[in-house]
Design a protein around this ligand. Structure first.
Ligand SMILES: Cc1cc2nc3c(=O)[nH]c(=O)nc-3n(C[C@H](O)[C@H](O)[C@H](O)COP(=O)(O)O)c2cc1C
Length: 319
C-alpha cells in the first residue's frame, strides 16, 4: 500500500475532510468507519506522551493500528519536546496488536486545546496556548529527531494578536499545518465557533490551515470554506452523530451503523464505548422510550439482540 502524508493529500485534493481527535472515540474501528465515508485524514484520540513512553501497557492499549489505518495522525499531549519525541519515536514504526503490519507513523500532532482542569494542571492541552515558546521547542525537537510532519491543534485567544504570534513562532520552526478550533479555551462547545478568527489565522499563516468547530453537515463545511478559505475542515461531534456526514448524508444511514457494529465487534471494543457510539448515531432517530430501554443494555450481546429484534440487524453477517 502506498502511504501518503497529510501534506501530500492536501496537495492532491486541495481541501481535506478531517475526523477530529476524540478521547475514547476516535479509535481504530471508528477511524476505519469514517474513512469509508469520505474522511481523508483521521486522528487518534489524545495520547499522553509521558505515559506512552514509559509504559508498554499504555502503548498496547492506547494505540492500535493496521495497514488500513492510513493516513492516521497520532495526537500527543505533552509539555516538553523530549517526552513528545520519545513517544513519537516509539510509535514509528509500530507493530499493531491486531496483525503484524509495520506502520510508519505519518504525522504527529500536539494537543494545545484540551481545556480540562487536570490537563491545565499537567501543563498540557490548552495550558500551552499561553506557552508559545514551549510549543515552538516541542515542534523543533520532533522535527529534528523524526523526519515526519508535525502539526498543532490550537484554540484562538481572546486577543487575536496572541494567536498571530503563536502561529508565527510555530511556523518559524517548521510546523507543517495547523488546526484552529474557533473557540477560546474558556468557551463551551455549545457556543458558536468564531469563523472570523479562523479566517484571520488563515490570512496571516503561510502553512495550510484546517478549521474546526461545529461542522455537522457538508453544508456547514461549505459555509466554513466560503467564510474562511481554509484548506480543510475537521469535525468531532458531527462525526460522532453521523459518521457519514462527509459523504453528504444528513443522518446516519442504517448501513453505516451496521458497518460500525461489524468493525467494532470484529476488532473488539469495550461495551461502554460501543454503547456510546451507537447512542450518538441513533440520537436523531431513536424515540425517548426506546432510548430508556437502550440505556439499560449492559453488554454487547444484549445490544446486538436489541438491534436484531427492533432494527432488523442481521447478526449472522457479523460472524
Ligand atoms: C468526546 C470528545 C473527545 C475529544 N477529545 C479530544 C482529543 O483527544 N484531542 C483534542 O485535541 N480535542 C478533543 N476534543 C475536541 C474536538 O477535537 C474538537 O476540537 C471540538 O469538539 C470542537 O469540534 P466540534 O464542534 O466539531 O465538536 C474532543 C471532543 C469531544 C466531543
Amino acid at each position: 500500500m502506498q502511504q501518503r502524508t497529510v501534506l501530500e493529500i492536501l496537495e492532491e485534493k486541495g481541501k481535506i475532510n478531517v475526523c477530529a481527535p476524540m478521547v475514547r472515540y476516535s479509535k481504530l474501528p471508528f477511524r476505519e468507519l469514517v474513512r469509508q465515508y469520505n474522511c481523508d485524514v483521521v486522528y487518534t484520540p489524545m495520547i499522553l506522551a509521558d505515559v506512552f513512553k514509559s509504559s508498554e501497557f499504555a502503548r498496547e492499549t492506547d494505540f492500535s493500528t493496521n495497514a488500513r489505518d492510513d493516513p492516521v495522525v497520532i495526537q500527543f499531549a505533552a509539555n516538553n519536546g523530549a517526552d513528545l519525541a520519545d513517544a513519537a519515536e516509539l510509535a514509528s514504526p509500530y507493530v499493531s496488536g491486531i496483525g503484524k503490519y509495520w506502520i510508519m507513523l505519518l504525522s504527529v500532532d500536539i494537543n494545545c486545546g484540551c481545556p480540562q482542569k487536570w490537563a491545565i494542571q499537567e501543563k498540557i492541552g490548552a495550558h500551552l496556548m499561553s506557552q508559545p515558546e514551549t510549543v515552538r521547542d516541542m515542534i523543533r525537537t520532533v522535527k529534528a529527531r523524526l523526519n515526519i510532519p508535525c502539526s498543532i491543534k490550537i484554540r484562538v485567544h481572546p486577543d487575536l494578536k496572541e494567536t498571530y504570534e503563536f502561529v508565527k513562532r510555530a511556523e518559524s520552526v517548521g510546523v507543517d499545518y495547523i488546526t484552529v478550533h474557533g473557540r477560546t479555551k474558556t468557551m463551551k462547545n455549545t457556543e458558536p465557533a468564531n469563523y472570523d478568527a479562523i479566517r484571520f489565522v488563515k490570512e496571516s499563516a503561510s502553512v495550510p490551515i484546517v478549521a474546526n468547530g461545529s461542522v455537522f453537515s457538508t453544508a456547514d463545511a461549505n459555509e466554513i470554506y466560503a467564510k474562511t478559505n481554509v484548506d480543510g475542515v475537521m469535525s468531532a461531534r458531527g462525526l460522532l452523530r453521523n459518521p457519514a456526514l462527509f459523504a453528504g448524508y444528513d443522518y446516519t444511514p442504517w448501513e453505516c451503523i451496521e458497518r460500525y457494529i461489524h468493525l467494532a465487534v470484529g476488532y473488539g471494543t469495550n461495551h461502554f464505548i460501543f454503547h456510546h457510539h451507537l447512542m450518538f448515531m441513533f440520537e436523531d432517530v431513536m424515540s425517548n422510550s426506546e432510548r430508556k430501554t437502550f440505556n439499560t443494555l449492559a453488554s454487547i450481546p444484549a445490544i446486538l439482540d436489541h438491534l436484531e429484534t427492533n432494527w432488523g440487524l442481521d447478526v449472522s453477517r457479523l460472524v
